[in-house]
Every structure is written in structure tokens, then in C-alpha cells.
Design a protein around this ligand. Structure first.
Ligand SMILES: C[S@@+](CC[C@H](N)C(=O)[O-])C[C@H]1O[C@@H](n2cnc3c(N)ncnc32)[C@H](O)[C@@H]1O
Length: 375
């Protein structure tokens, strides 16, 4: 893949830009195998799951900058100015097509973009997600509640410019902080969720819920987990860090009479509950808000998919001592995965697979099937 933003030095986010895709994949596989060599050997690895090398991202998180009538949307440079990236080639084409109309819309609100070095202005970020069906969720991050009205008033114009718009919201984030968004969200549309259908299963994404960045690879990841669950035939499943329920809803063989999900974000829990309503035997599913570290881990099959920091020693020790016959660990950071596996000596790796969730970067997702030693 070739990228002018990268070649001109305007964006350095895709650190592997220019490296042939098959070499990227082989290097990532080698790096993951090296980082996890102490936990298991080469023979446990399945073929890596590849991605389209470009046009794969379903979500963009842009900073808004520039002048009120001529906004830029992109990333901050070293001096606090925004480099416009509206033609970014790793974004899905239907996501990319929304960037121009959205920049025009932002310009029409009359709200000044937030100036990071000076800490002045109102419009901070634009967070856009495209579903596999091509529908959009658009979130405007602003500094103050007074900024909601100028956006809400122009919703008909936004719908006209983007007929595929399904959910629009405004996130109020008064603090000057590195995190992109605040906790207060005002939904402007009647529809509050973006249906993300993968493998025929619809996951209901709400504005503040997490979703895997690459829909095609997420579908492959969930299919692999579901295939292992079908093989294992658990009677109970526990999905920790469940988000909107992607793993739980794919790992629900008929043998399972109880499928529990736990997640810290209430918005994601609400989405997961809604998604479960459409699955066979919806009464088998329960999703609860809470900290994964504080949950009873008793289940035949436990799934963990934590943020980059991993599950940590406390939960690793609990899983190591739990009655779970199998654990599925999906990780976006092989270093924290290696540390967590070392803290669970009673569980040994049966199979592992790399999923190339983030082409053109060194990042990837690794799914590991663990079984209780001697089980
Ligand atoms: C990598 S995402 C995985 C989400 C989901 N499994 C999926 O496939 O979309 C990690 C999730 O963990 C949640 N989370 C973070 N800390 C948590 C905690 N201490 N307990 C439970 N969930 C947590 C986040 O809100 C996020 O939804």
C-alpha cells in the first residue's frame, strides 16, 4: 500500500507502510511467537488470519482543527495543529466517503474548532463508525453543553448530506485531557444503536461501547472462538470484558444453559442485552456491569478479552485456581498476554492464532485456547 500522508511525513501512524503485506504478516507472526515462546511452542500456532491491507478500519477518531469556516479533520502535529487526513487509505471506503460531508457540516455549525495549545474553541473531536451494512454512527465531541444546540438544529442538513446516518450524538468533554471523550453523551437521533452484523449475528453498538476496529477480522476472530466452543460443548460460558457481547453471542452452543457476560461499561452491557434478544434461547444469556476482577469465575469455558494492560495477577490467579476446564484469551498485546499466561501455570496452551486486526502497524490480536493441565 502507498500513502501520500506517510510519504510526505504528514502522518507516521502506520509504521509498516510500504512493507509488502505478506512480509508484515510473517513478521508479526514471528514477533508474537517470540514474545510467547516461554508459554508455548511453534506447533500450537494455526495459520495467521489475514486482513485486506487497506480500507479495513471501521472507525475514525479525528481531532477537529483549522478555521471555523474551513475546519481540518485529522491528527495533531507536534505544534498542536491538525493535519487533515480525510483521504486516509486504511479507513473503509464508506467511512472515508463521510469525511468530506462531515467536515463541511462542522464548518456550517459556526462553532470554532478547539485550539489545543491555546485551550480555546468548542469542537474537539469527530468519532465515526461504519457498520458492515454501510450505516454510520457520528459523534461530535465538544467542550460545553451549549454546543449541543447548534449541532442538533442542523441534524436535518446532516441527514441530507449523509442519508446512511443512523446514530448521531454529542459528547461533552469540558476538560483539557489527552483522553478523547467525556462521560456525558446526548443522543440526537431516534435510533440509539448501530447494528453491526457479523457472521449473521447482530451486535448492537451504542455511542460509548467498544467495538473491534476491523469488521472482517473481528468476524474471523469470533468464528474461530465459536468453532472452539462448538468443539468443547461447555454447559456454562463466562465472557469477561464482553463489550457488546461479540464472543458470548458466538460462543453459545446448544450445550450451554448459562452464558454470562461482564463488562465495566454500562452502555456496552445495554447493547449486549439487546443483542442477546435475537439469539436462540435468549433466556440463557445474562449480561452484568462490573469489574472483571471481582467476578465469580466458575464456568466450563471462560473467555477474557481485556484492554492492552491484560487481566492482571489477581484475575490470572483466580482463573488458574478456578474450575474452568478451558479459557479463551483474546489479546491485543502479546507482552501482557505472556505475563498473564506465566501467572496461570495450571492452564496450558492447546492452540493459538494471530488475527491481523491492524494492517500497516505492528499491532495484532492473538487468540489462545487454554486447557487445564491434566484435565
Ligand atoms: C478489548 S475490549 C473487548 C470487548 C469485547 N470482548 C469485544 O469483542 O468487542 C475490552 C473491554 O473491556 C472493558 N473493560 C475495561 N476494564 C474492565 C474491567 N475492569 N472489568 C470489565 N470490563 C472492563 C472495556 O469497556 C472494553 O469493552
Amino acid at each position: 500500500m502507498q500513502c501520500d500522508y506517510f510519504s510526505d511525513g504528514r502522518c507516521a501512524s502506520c509504521t509498516l507502510m510500504g512493507v509488502p503485506y505478506q512480509r508484515q504478516l510473517a513478521e508479526k507472526q514471528r514477533a508474537a511467537a517470540t514474545a510467547l515462546a516461554a508459554a508455548f511452542n511453534e506447533s500450537s500456532w494455526l495459520e495467521p488470519f489475514s486482513s485486506p491491507p487497506s480500507g479495513y478500519r471501521n472507525k475514525a477518531k479525528w481531532v477537529i482543527g483549522g478555521r471555523p469556516t474551513e475546519p481540518t479533520i485529522g491528527i495533531l502535529d507536534g505544534s498542536g495543529r491538525v493535519t487533515d487526513l480525510r483521504h486516509c487509505g486504511i479507513c473503509e471506503p464508506r467511512l472515508r466517503e463521510s469525511f468530506g460531508p462531515l467536515a463541511d457540516f462542522v464548518g456550517g455549525t459556526g462553532l470554532p474548532p478547539y485550539n489545543v495549545p491555546r485551550r480555546t474553541g468548542e469542537l474537539k473531536n469527530l468519532i465515526i463508525t461504519v457498520s458492515p451494512a454501510g450505516e454510520l454512527m457520528v459523534r461530535f465531541v465538544v467542550r460545553a453543553r451549549a454546543d449541543v444546540a447548534p449541532i442538533a438544529e442542523r441534524l436535518p442538513a446532516l441527514r441530507q448530506a449523509l442519508p446512511q446516518l443512523r446514530v448521531a450524538s454529542v459528547n461533552i468533554h469540558p476538560e483539557h485531557k489527552a483522553v478523547l471523550e467525556g462521560s456525558d453523551e446526548v443522543i440526537l437521533t431516534e435510533q440509539q444503536t448501530l447494528p453491526m452484523t457479523l457472521n449473521g449475528i447482530t451486535l448492537q453498538l451504542r455511542p460509548q461501547g467498544f467495538f473491534q476496529t476491523n469488521s472482517a477480522v473481528a468476524a474471523g476472530l469470533y468464528r474461530q472462538a465459536g468453532a472452539w466452543a462448538d468443539e468443547l460443548q461447555p454447559t456454562s460460558v463466562l465472557d469477561m470484558y464482553c463489550g457488546v457481547g461479540g464472543f458470548a453471542l458466538h460462543c453459545a452452543p446448544r450445550s450451554a444453559t448459562s452464558i454470562r457476560g461482564v463488562e465495566i461499561s454500562d452502555e456496552a452491557v445495554a447493547g449486549a442485552r439487546q443483542s442477546a434478544g435475537d439469539r436462540p434461547g435468549p433466556e440463557r444469556f445474562t449480561f452484568a456491569g462490573g469489574d472483571a476482577a471481582a467476578v465469580d469465575t466458575a464456568a466450563d469455558l471462560v473467555i477474557v478479552n481485556p484492554p492492552r494492560r491484560g487481566i492482571g495477577t489477581e484475575l490470572a490467579h483466580a482463573l488458574n485456581a478456578s474450575p474452568a476446564a478451558h479459557v479463551l484469551y483474546s489479546s491485543c498485546n502479546v507482552d501482557s498476554l505472556a505475563k498473564d499466561l506465566a501467572a496461570m501455570p495450571a492452564l496450558r496452551v492447546r492452540s493459538a492464532r494471530l488475527f491481523d486486526m491492524f494492517p500497516q502497524t505492528r499491532h495484532s490480536e492473538v487468540l489462545v485456547l487454554l486447557e487445564r493441565a491434566g484435565g
